[in-house]
Design a binder for this molecule. Structure first.
Ligand code: NDP
Length: 292
């Protein structure tokens, strides 16, 4: 069994991005600029946004954080989005989800200029992705593809079972892995809460992508010997042996699944770090106007 090391890969990719920034500086070009909008005080959102900003600083990108309290009006958030859309120095930006309940997430997402949508959530990017046109790919699926590519995991003709059909992970990764080319050309089964006999579906998989949000849900005896397992889940569970009283686990029961796999992503240290790195890769593409 080989660990798919998201920490190592993302450090390698960040070093490549930092070298690109050095080249841009030498030539007097524009430094990529990522902005992040953080609303309210959700602790997980704060951690995610801080890690995005810190990663920008690490590689020499410009970064801006726009923070507002949880009682901000929808109008004000729309105004922030409009300002970022119109700011020529900002190449790409994200609005960290979830937003407080009184703010319509769909309305905010649709207000983002798709040419700056480095999270790849806007329907224009989603539609272009589905049609195989150049697009900002959603950060988590993009990070997974990059991981498969850099570890030379064979995907052509493989049977891939995706657990979860969210718009940001399950559905897009199922589309991307079934597209022509590498990494892709898989035969994909997309499963969800109405799927009958999920363990039987997973047992047929050469590649498993778990994105459902239930701690340690996928068990060892569901997984075929030699399968590749990508665990997207990030769940906090109580752990009295830790100083914090808790720890992070994935959607896969690592201890029973890992011995059966050819490759598996750890949690933490797997897909989560690749998601942040994919966002940085999208920001460089936006700055270079590679897509639009
Ligand atoms: P959502 O909550 O949006 O969707 C969950 C999906 O899982 C739904 O499609 C749901 O089915 C399905 N599901 C729920 N219960 C079951 C079940 N018992 N059997 C089969 N399917 C089930 O999830 P997200 O995609 O947003 O997130 C999934 C996980 O990934 C979470 O742990 C999240 O924290 C993590 N995540 C990690 C990221 C990273 O960077 N590593 C990025 C984004 C998310 P149905 O549609 O029928 O309700």
């Amino acid at each position: 069994m080989q660990l798919l090391d998201g920490k190592l890969l993302s450090e390698n990719i960040k070093a490549e991005l930092a070298a690109e920034v050095d080249q841009i500086k030498l030539k007097g070009g524009k430094i990529p600029h990522l902005a992040a909008v953080l609303i309210g005080d959700n602790p997980a959102s704060q951690v995610y946004v801080n890690s995005k900003i810190k990663s920008c600083e690490q590689i020499g990108f410009t970064s801006t954080m726009v923070r507002r309290s949880g009682d901000v009006s929808e109008e004000e958030v729309l105004e922030i989005v409009a300002n970022l859309n119109n700011d020529p120095d900002v190449d790409g930006f994200i609005v960290q989800l979830p937003l407080p309940k009184h703010i319509d997430e769909e309305k905010i997402m649709l207000a983002i200029d798709y040419r700056k949508d480095v999270d790849g959530f806007h329907p224009v990017n989603f539609g272009r992705m589905a049609q195989g046109m150049p697009a900002f790919l959603p950060a988590t699926p993009f990070g997974i593809l990059e991981m498969l590519r850099r570890y030379n995991i064979e995907t052509s003709g493989k049977h891939c079972v995706v657990l979860g059909r969210s718009n940001i992970v399950g559905t897009p990764i199922s589309i991307l892995l079934s597209r022509k080319g590498y990494p892709g050309d898989c035969t994909v089964t997309l499963t969800h809460s109405r799927t009958q006999d999920l363990p039987a579906e997973v047992r047929r998989a050469d590649i498993v992508v778990a994105a459902i949000g239930i701690p340690q849900f996928v068990k060892g005896d569901w997984v075929k010997e030699g399968a590749v397992v990508i665990d997207v889940g990030i769940n906090r569970i109580p752990d009295a042996s830790r100083k914090s009283g808790s720890r992070l686990v994935g959607d896969v029961d690592f201890d029973s699944v890992a011995p059966r796999c050819s490759h598996i992503t750890p949690v933490p240290g797997g897909v989560g770090l690749m998601t942040v790195t994919a966002l940085l890769m999208n920001t460089l593409k936006a700055c270079r106007k590679e897509i639009y």
